[in-house]
Design a protein around this ligand. Structure first.
Ligand SMILES: Nc1ncnc2c1ncn2[C@@H]1O[C@H](COP(=O)(O)OP(=O)(O)O)[C@@H](O)[C@H]1O
Ligand SMILES: Nc1ncnc2c1ncn2[C@H]1C[C@H](O)[C@@H](COP(=O)(O)OP(=O)(O)O)O1
Ligand SMILES: [Mg+2]
Length: 193
Protein backbone atom coordinates (compact mmCIF):
# COMPACT_ATOMS: atom_id res chain seq x y z
CA UNK A 1 0.00 0.00 0.00
CA UNK A 2 2.83 2.39 0.77
CA UNK A 3 3.81 1.76 -2.89
CA UNK A 4 0.50 2.90 -4.18
CA UNK A 5 0.74 6.32 -2.65
CA UNK A 6 4.47 6.82 -2.88
CA UNK A 7 4.27 9.40 -5.66
CA UNK A 8 1.63 11.52 -3.96
CA UNK A 9 2.70 14.47 -1.86
CA UNK A 10 1.91 14.25 1.82
CA UNK A 11 1.34 17.49 3.70
CA UNK A 12 0.77 17.59 7.45
CA UNK A 13 -1.48 20.45 8.60
CA UNK A 14 -0.80 21.20 12.27
CA UNK A 15 -2.12 23.94 14.52
CA UNK A 16 -4.17 24.50 17.64
CA UNK A 17 -7.91 23.92 17.87
CA UNK A 18 -9.68 26.69 15.97
CA UNK A 19 -6.49 27.94 14.33
CA UNK A 20 -8.06 27.55 10.87
CA UNK A 21 -6.73 24.22 9.60
CA UNK A 22 -10.02 23.05 8.10
CA UNK A 23 -10.72 26.44 6.54
CA UNK A 24 -7.37 26.51 4.75
CA UNK A 25 -7.55 22.87 3.68
CA UNK A 26 -10.86 23.50 1.91
CA UNK A 27 -9.24 26.27 -0.09
CA UNK A 28 -6.30 24.04 -0.99
CA UNK A 29 -8.72 21.39 -2.26
CA UNK A 30 -10.39 23.98 -4.50
CA UNK A 31 -7.15 25.37 -5.93
CA UNK A 32 -4.91 22.29 -6.10
CA UNK A 33 -7.31 19.33 -6.10
CA UNK A 34 -5.54 17.63 -3.21
CA UNK A 35 -7.38 15.14 -1.02
CA UNK A 36 -8.29 16.55 2.40
CA UNK A 37 -8.33 14.06 5.26
CA UNK A 38 -9.19 15.50 8.66
CA UNK A 39 -8.64 13.07 11.51
CA UNK A 40 -11.37 14.83 13.48
CA UNK A 41 -13.85 14.52 10.58
CA UNK A 42 -13.03 10.82 10.15
CA UNK A 43 -13.60 10.26 13.86
CA UNK A 44 -16.85 12.23 13.86
CA UNK A 45 -18.07 10.12 10.93
CA UNK A 46 -17.44 7.01 13.00
CA UNK A 47 -19.36 8.56 15.91
CA UNK A 48 -22.25 9.45 13.57
CA UNK A 49 -22.42 5.85 12.36
CA UNK A 50 -23.63 4.90 15.83
CA UNK A 51 -21.19 1.98 16.11
CA UNK A 52 -19.94 0.67 19.43
CA UNK A 53 -16.49 2.03 18.59
CA UNK A 54 -18.08 5.40 17.76
CA UNK A 55 -19.61 5.58 21.22
CA UNK A 56 -16.23 5.06 22.85
CA UNK A 57 -14.65 7.69 20.62
CA UNK A 58 -17.40 10.20 21.37
CA UNK A 59 -16.73 9.94 25.11
CA UNK A 60 -13.03 10.65 24.61
CA UNK A 61 -13.54 13.55 22.20
CA UNK A 62 -16.14 15.18 24.43
CA UNK A 63 -13.47 15.42 27.12
CA UNK A 64 -10.99 17.01 24.71
CA UNK A 65 -8.62 14.06 24.94
CA UNK A 66 -6.78 12.18 22.20
CA UNK A 67 -8.23 8.93 20.90
CA UNK A 68 -5.88 5.91 20.70
CA UNK A 69 -3.19 6.27 18.08
CA UNK A 70 -3.95 3.01 16.26
CA UNK A 71 -7.59 3.94 15.75
CA UNK A 72 -6.87 7.25 14.10
CA UNK A 73 -3.91 6.01 12.07
CA UNK A 74 -5.92 3.07 10.68
CA UNK A 75 -8.68 5.43 9.64
CA UNK A 76 -6.30 7.76 7.85
CA UNK A 77 -4.52 4.87 6.17
CA UNK A 78 -7.79 3.35 4.90
CA UNK A 79 -8.93 6.72 3.59
CA UNK A 80 -5.61 7.23 1.80
CA UNK A 81 -5.73 3.80 0.19
CA UNK A 82 -9.24 4.52 -1.05
CA UNK A 83 -7.96 7.62 -2.86
CA UNK A 84 -4.50 6.42 -3.82
CA UNK A 85 -5.21 5.97 -7.52
CA UNK A 86 -6.69 9.40 -8.06
CA UNK A 87 -4.84 11.61 -5.63
CA UNK A 88 -1.77 13.67 -6.41
CA UNK A 89 -1.54 15.01 -2.89
CA UNK A 90 -2.88 14.48 0.61
CA UNK A 91 -3.59 17.09 3.26
CA UNK A 92 -3.44 15.34 6.59
CA UNK A 93 -5.32 17.75 8.88
CA UNK A 94 -5.16 17.37 12.65
CA UNK A 95 -2.50 14.68 12.55
CA UNK A 96 0.10 14.15 14.01
CA UNK A 97 -1.04 15.46 17.36
CA UNK A 98 1.96 14.03 19.20
CA UNK A 99 5.45 13.06 18.04
CA UNK A 100 4.71 9.35 18.32
CA UNK A 101 1.85 9.74 15.81
CA UNK A 102 4.26 11.21 13.29
CA UNK A 103 6.74 8.39 13.77
CA UNK A 104 4.07 5.69 13.34
CA UNK A 105 2.66 7.41 10.24
CA UNK A 106 6.07 7.37 8.60
CA UNK A 107 6.59 3.72 9.43
CA UNK A 108 3.22 2.63 8.04
CA UNK A 109 2.51 5.13 5.26
CA UNK A 110 5.26 7.51 4.22
CA UNK A 111 7.12 10.76 4.75
CA UNK A 112 5.60 14.23 4.60
CA UNK A 113 7.23 16.75 2.25
CA UNK A 114 5.77 19.77 4.07
CA UNK A 115 4.29 20.65 7.44
CA UNK A 116 1.99 23.66 7.42
CA UNK A 117 2.05 25.14 10.90
CA UNK A 118 -1.16 27.14 11.21
CA UNK A 119 -0.34 29.58 13.98
CA UNK A 120 -2.78 31.75 15.94
CA UNK A 121 -2.81 33.14 19.47
CA UNK A 122 -4.64 31.19 22.17
CA UNK A 123 -7.01 34.11 22.65
CA UNK A 124 -7.86 34.10 18.92
CA UNK A 125 -8.45 30.34 18.87
CA UNK A 126 -10.79 30.49 21.87
CA UNK A 127 -12.76 33.32 20.32
CA UNK A 128 -13.13 31.46 17.00
CA UNK A 129 -14.13 28.21 18.66
CA UNK A 130 -16.75 29.85 20.86
CA UNK A 131 -18.21 31.42 17.71
CA UNK A 132 -18.01 28.12 15.79
CA UNK A 133 -19.74 26.44 18.74
CA UNK A 134 -22.86 28.53 18.17
CA UNK A 135 -23.58 26.54 15.01
CA UNK A 136 -21.18 23.57 14.77
CA UNK A 137 -23.12 21.19 16.99
CA UNK A 138 -19.73 19.81 18.04
CA UNK A 139 -19.70 18.37 21.54
CA UNK A 140 -16.18 19.74 22.08
CA UNK A 141 -16.84 23.38 21.12
CA UNK A 142 -17.66 24.51 24.67
CA UNK A 143 -15.60 26.59 27.07
CA UNK A 144 -14.50 23.76 29.35
CA UNK A 145 -13.45 21.37 26.58
CA UNK A 146 -11.79 24.13 24.57
CA UNK A 147 -9.51 24.87 27.52
CA UNK A 148 -8.49 21.22 27.76
CA UNK A 149 -7.88 20.97 24.01
CA UNK A 150 -5.66 24.06 24.13
CA UNK A 151 -3.63 22.73 27.07
CA UNK A 152 -3.16 19.42 25.29
CA UNK A 153 -2.15 21.21 22.10
CA UNK A 154 0.66 23.09 23.82
CA UNK A 155 1.81 20.05 25.73
CA UNK A 156 1.57 17.26 23.12
CA UNK A 157 1.31 18.85 19.68
CA UNK A 158 3.75 21.76 19.74
CA UNK A 159 6.68 19.34 20.13
CA UNK A 160 5.61 17.88 16.75
CA UNK A 161 6.52 21.17 15.12
CA UNK A 162 9.98 21.22 16.69
CA UNK A 163 10.50 17.62 15.60
CA UNK A 164 9.86 18.44 11.92
CA UNK A 165 11.64 21.79 12.07
CA UNK A 166 14.88 19.90 12.48
CA UNK A 167 14.10 18.34 9.11
CA UNK A 168 13.51 21.70 7.47
CA UNK A 169 9.98 21.02 6.20
CA UNK A 170 8.00 23.39 8.47
CA UNK A 171 6.32 26.48 7.00
CA UNK A 172 4.83 28.73 9.64
CA UNK A 173 1.60 30.40 8.55
CA UNK A 174 0.32 33.52 10.31
CA UNK A 175 -3.35 32.67 10.84
CA UNK A 176 -4.25 35.90 12.64
CA UNK A 177 -4.94 37.50 9.24
CA UNK A 178 -8.14 37.34 7.14
CA UNK A 179 -8.77 33.94 5.49
CA UNK A 180 -7.60 34.97 2.02
CA UNK A 181 -4.36 36.45 3.33
CA UNK A 182 -3.69 33.30 5.30
CA UNK A 183 -4.32 31.34 2.13
CA UNK A 184 -1.79 33.32 0.07
CA UNK A 185 0.89 32.18 2.51
CA UNK A 186 -0.36 28.58 2.25
CA UNK A 187 -0.41 28.71 -1.56
CA UNK A 188 3.14 30.09 -1.63
CA UNK A 189 4.35 27.15 0.47
CA UNK A 190 2.63 24.62 -1.79
CA UNK A 191 3.84 26.30 -4.99
CA UNK A 192 7.40 25.96 -3.69
CA UNK A 193 7.15 22.15 -3.50
N1 LIG B 1 -8.23 33.58 9.18
C1 LIG B 1 -9.37 33.51 9.86
N2 LIG B 1 -9.95 34.66 10.30
C2 LIG B 1 -11.10 34.62 10.97
N3 LIG B 1 -11.79 33.50 11.27
C3 LIG B 1 -11.26 32.34 10.87
C4 LIG B 1 -10.03 32.28 10.14
N4 LIG B 1 -9.74 30.98 9.87
C5 LIG B 1 -10.75 30.26 10.41
N5 LIG B 1 -11.67 31.06 11.00
C6 LIG B 1 -12.87 30.64 11.69
O1 LIG B 1 -12.44 30.00 12.91
C7 LIG B 1 -13.17 28.82 13.17
C8 LIG B 1 -12.24 27.61 13.28
O2 LIG B 1 -11.71 27.32 12.00
P1 LIG B 1 -11.45 25.83 11.54
O3 LIG B 1 -10.97 25.92 10.13
O4 LIG B 1 -12.63 24.98 11.83
O5 LIG B 1 -10.23 25.49 12.51
P2 LIG B 1 -9.58 24.10 12.93
O6 LIG B 1 -9.89 23.10 11.85
O7 LIG B 1 -8.11 24.43 13.02
O8 LIG B 1 -10.16 23.77 14.27
C9 LIG B 1 -14.18 28.68 12.06
O9 LIG B 1 -15.43 29.14 12.52
C10 LIG B 1 -13.63 29.57 10.94
O10 LIG B 1 -14.65 30.12 10.15
N1 LIG C 1 -4.66 12.66 15.40
C1 LIG C 1 -5.49 12.49 16.41
N2 LIG C 1 -5.16 11.71 17.46
C2 LIG C 1 -5.97 11.54 18.49
N3 LIG C 1 -7.18 12.12 18.61
C3 LIG C 1 -7.56 12.91 17.61
C4 LIG C 1 -6.76 13.13 16.45
N4 LIG C 1 -7.42 13.98 15.61
C5 LIG C 1 -8.58 14.26 16.20
N5 LIG C 1 -8.69 13.64 17.41
C6 LIG C 1 -9.81 13.75 18.36
C7 LIG C 1 -9.42 14.54 19.58
C8 LIG C 1 -9.81 15.98 19.21
O1 LIG C 1 -9.98 16.79 20.32
C9 LIG C 1 -11.08 15.76 18.40
C10 LIG C 1 -11.40 16.86 17.37
O2 LIG C 1 -10.34 16.99 16.46
P1 LIG C 1 -10.37 18.06 15.26
O3 LIG C 1 -11.66 18.02 14.55
O4 LIG C 1 -9.13 17.84 14.47
O5 LIG C 1 -10.29 19.45 16.02
P2 LIG C 1 -9.91 20.90 15.45
O6 LIG C 1 -10.15 20.91 13.96
O7 LIG C 1 -10.82 21.85 16.19
O8 LIG C 1 -8.46 21.10 15.80
O9 LIG C 1 -10.87 14.49 17.76
MG1 LIG D 1 -10.76 21.15 11.94
Amino acid sequence: MADKIKDAKIIFVVGGPGSGKGTQCEKVVTKYGYTHLSSGDLLRAEVASGSERGKQLQAIMQKGELVPLDTVLDMIKDAMIAKADVSKGFLIDGYPREVKQGEEFEKKIGKPCLLLYIDAKAETMVKRLMKRGETSGRADDNEETIKKRLDLYYKATEPVIAFYESRGIVKKIDSELPVDEVFSQVAKAIDAL
